[in-house]
Design a binder for this molecule. Structure first.
Ligand SMILES: *[C@@H]1O[C@H](CO)[C@@H](O)[C@H](O)[C@H]1NC(C)=O
Ligand SMILES: *[C@@H]1O[C@H](CO)[C@@H](O)[C@H](O)[C@H]1NC(C)=O
Ligand SMILES: *[C@@H]1O[C@H](CO)[C@@H](O)[C@H](O)[C@H]1NC(C)=O
Ligand SMILES: *[C@@H]1O[C@H](CO)[C@@H](O)[C@H](O)[C@H]1NC(C)=O
Ligand SMILES: *[C@@H]1O[C@H](CO)[C@@H](O)[C@H](O)[C@H]1NC(C)=O
Ligand SMILES: *[C@@H]1O[C@H](CO)[C@@H](O)[C@H](O)[C@H]1NC(C)=O
Ligand SMILES: *[C@@H]1O[C@H](CO)[C@@H](O)[C@H](O)[C@H]1NC(C)=O
Ligand SMILES: *[C@@H]1O[C@H](CO)[C@@H](O)[C@H](O)[C@H]1NC(C)=O
Length: 428
C-alpha cells in the first residue's frame, strides 16, 4: 500500500514533465530547435527566389494495426470493471473508474490535422507573398490529399474552389509509380516488416517489460501485458492527435515516454533512414534530392518558382538520409537508448512537418545562388556543404557546393545499375 502511494506521488510529479511534443513522429506540429549561434534572419540584401515545400499530412488517427493495441486495452479495462471499482488507484489512473473506451478511427486526418494544415497555408502565404503557386501536388492517399486541400484553403482562400480544377494533382502511392514522395515503394528489396517492425520489436522487448511490471505493481488485478502497455502509449499519442488530450499520458513517467519516443526514432531510422542496409536509405532518398537539385539548377529548363507538395514523414526522413543530415555515428541501437542523438523524429517529422527549401540570391552578403533548409520553421544547418563562417551562421550553402556535396544522389537514378544493385530487380 505504501509503495503504491509513493509511486502514485512520484507519478503525479513526473506527469508535470510529460510533454506531448516529445511523442516522436506522432507529436503534434511544433517549431524545430534553432541551433545555438544560428541566425534565423537572412541579411537584408538576400531575397528568396524559389521555394520547394514538402509537407507531411497533419495529425491522423492511428493506423489500423496500431488501433488494435488500443482496442485490446479497452477490452481489458472493461472486462475488469469490478476490480477497478474496488482498486486503490493513484490519481493519474483514477480516470479508469469511469471506464476507458475508444472512439478513434483509423488512418484518416483528425480535426487537429485539418487545422494544422490550414494554419500552415495561411502562414506560408504570409511568409512568401511574392511567389505564386501554379500547381499543388499530393501523394494519393486520403490523409495526404485532405492535408493538401486544407493547406490550399488557407493559402488561396475561397479562390481554391475554382482553382483546384486546374491546379490540383495527385501522384499514386503504389509499387509501380516512381515517386519522390513514396520512393521506397518502388525499391523491391525494401520491406517495412523487416526494416521497421523487427527493430521496434527488439527495442520493445528491452523497454516495455519494466513499465508493465511497474503498472502491474500498482494495479495487479488488471494483468497488463507488454502489448497492453504499448496500447496505452499509443492511446496517449493518438488520443492527443484526435482530441488534444489523453488520460494515458500522465500514467507514464518522463523516462518511460522518452523510451517510447526512442521506439519511434528506431522505427523511422530502421525503415526510412540510416539503419536500412547501407546504402538503401540514401539510394531511395536520392529521388527527392535529385528532384530538388534539378529544380533549383533549372536543369530541365522547366523549373517554376514555387512547389507545394504533400507526402509523409517517410518522404522527409529518406531525403535527410540521402543528404547525410541528422546522422548518428554509431547508428542508433535497438538495445540501448543513447543520451544524445541527431535523429529525432519529434523535432524533424512531427505531424504536419514542413521541409521547406529556399533558393536565395543576395546582392552583397553571398556570391551566387544559395540554398537553405527550413525544417519545421527552424533553419536546419546544411553541415555537409557549408564552407564559410556565413554559411555556418545562417545554416545555408552555395547552391554549387550543395550540388557537389550530393554527388552520391546525382549519380543514381531509378532503375540504373546502382539502384538495381541495392533494390534488386523490380517486378514491373
Ligand atoms: C542576424 O542577421 C541579421 C541580418 O544580417 C542581422 O541584422 C541581425 O543582427 C543578426 N542577428 C544576430 C542575433 O546576430
Ligand atoms: C488483440 O486481441 C486479439 C484477440 O485476443 C488477438 O488475436 C490480437 O493478436 C491482439 N492484438 C494485439 C495487437 O495485441
Ligand atoms: C488476473 O490474473 C489473476 C490470476 O491469474 C486472475 O485471478 C484474475 O481474474 C485476472 N484478472 C483479470 C481481469 O483477468
Ligand atoms: C477516410 O476518408 C475517406 C473520404 O471520406 C473515406 O472514403 C475513407 O473510408 C476513410 N477511411 C477510413 C479508414 O475511415
Ligand atoms: C502573383 O499573384 C498576384 C495576385 O494574383 C499578382 O498580383 C502578382 O503579380 C503575381 N506575381 C507573379 C510574380 O506572377
Ligand atoms: C528555367 O528556365 C526557363 C528557360 O530558360 C525559364 O523560362 C524559367 O523561368 C526558369 N525557371 C526558373 C525558376 O528560374
Ligand atoms: C537486393 O536483391 C537482390 C536480388 O534481387 C540481391 O542480389 C541483393 O543482394 C539485394 N540487396 C540488398 C541490399 O538487399
Ligand atoms: C534494373 O532493373 C530493371 C527491372 O526492374 C530493368 O528494367 C533495368 O534494365 C535494370 N537496369 C540495368 C542498368 O540493368
Amino acid at each position: 500500500m505504501l509503495a503504491a502511494l509513493l509511486s502514485g506521488l512520484a507519478l503525479s510529479q513526473a506527469a508535470l514533465a510529460a510533454n506531448v511534443n516529445n511523442l516522436g513522429n506522432l507529436a503534434p506540429y511544433h517549431k524545430g530547435p534553432v541551433p545555438e549561434g544560428l541566425n534565423e534572419t537572412l541579411p537584408e540584401d538576400c531575397s528568396v527566389d524559389q521555394v520547394m515545400l514538402m509537407g507531411r499530412h497533419g495529425s491522423r488517427w492511428p493506423l489500423a494495426s496500431e488501433l488494435e493495441y488500443i482496442v485490446n486495452l479497452t477490452t481489458k479495462v472493461s472486462g475488469s470493471w469490478d476490480y477497478i471499482q474496488n482498486a486503490d488507484l493513484p490519481e493519474s489512473m483514477s480516470f479508469l473508474k469511469n471506464g476507458y473506451t475508444t472512439s478513434l478511427g483509423h488512418d484518416n486526418l483528425t480535426a487537429t490535422g485539418r487545422k494544422q494544415l490550414f494554419d500552415h497555408g495561411v502562414a506560408f502565404k504570409l511568409k512568401y507573398p511574392d511567389l505564386n503557386a501554379t500547381t499543388v501536388l499530393a501523394g494519393d492517399q486520403d490523409r495526404v490529399v485532405e492535408s493538401a486541400q486544407w493547406f490550399s484553403m488557407g493559402y488561396f482562400g475561397r479562390d481554391w474552389f475554382t482553382l483546384q480544377d486546374t491546379m490540383f494533382e495527385t501522384i499514386p502511392e503504389d509499387e509501380v509509380t516512381i515517386s519522390w514522395i513514396t520512393p521506397m515503394d518502388t525499391c523491391a528489396n525494401w520491406s517495412y516488416t523487416s526494416f521497421g517492425v523487427a527493430p521496434v520489436e527488439e527495442w520493445g522487448a528491452v523497454y516495455l517489460p519494466d513499465i508493465t511490471s511497474r503498472l502491474n505493481g500498482i494495479i495487479p488485478g488488471l494483468n497488463l501485458t507488454d502489448d497492453d502497455i504499448h496500447g496505452a502509449l499509443y492511446a496517449c499519442a493518438y488520443d492527443y492527435a484526435a482530441y488534444e488530450v489523453s488520460p494515458w499520458c500522465d500514467v507514464f513517467t518522463e523516462d518511460e515516454l522518452a523510451q517510447f519516443e526512442y521506439e519511434l526514432d528506431i522505427l523511422m531510422t530502421g525503415a526510412f533512414g540510416y539503419n536500412l542496409p547501407d546504402p538503401m536509405g540514401a539510394t531511395i532518398g536520392s529521388l527527392y534530392v535529385n528532384k530538388l537539385i534539378d529544380r533549383f539548377t533549372n536543369a530541365s529548363g522547366d523549373a517554376v518558382p514555387l512547389y507545394l507538395e504533400f507526402g509523409h514523414d517517410t518522404t522527409i526522413d529518406l531525403a535527410l538520409t540521402a543528404l547525410g543530415l541528422a546522422k548518428d555515428d554509431p547508428p542508433l541501437s535497438t538495445t540501448a537508448m543513447p543520451e544524445e542523438r541527431a535523429w529525432h523524429t519529434s523535432q524533424q517529422v512531427p505531424f504536419a512537418a514542413q521541409m521547406i527549401w529556399e533558393k536565395l540570391s543576395c546582392s552583397s552578403s553571398f556570391e551566387g545562388p544559395q540554398i537553405r533548409l527550413i525544417l519545421n520553421d527552424a533553419p536546419f544547418p546544411l553541415s555537409t556543404c557549408a564552407d564559410s563562417e556565413d554559411d555556418l551562421m545562417y545554416g545555408s550553402c552555395a547552391l554549387d557546393a550543395f550540388v557537389s556535396a550530393n554527388g552520391d544522389s546525382t549519380t543514381v537514378s531509378w532503375g540504373d545499375k546502382t539502384w538495381n544493385a541495392t533494390c534488386g530487380a523490380s517486378d514491373f
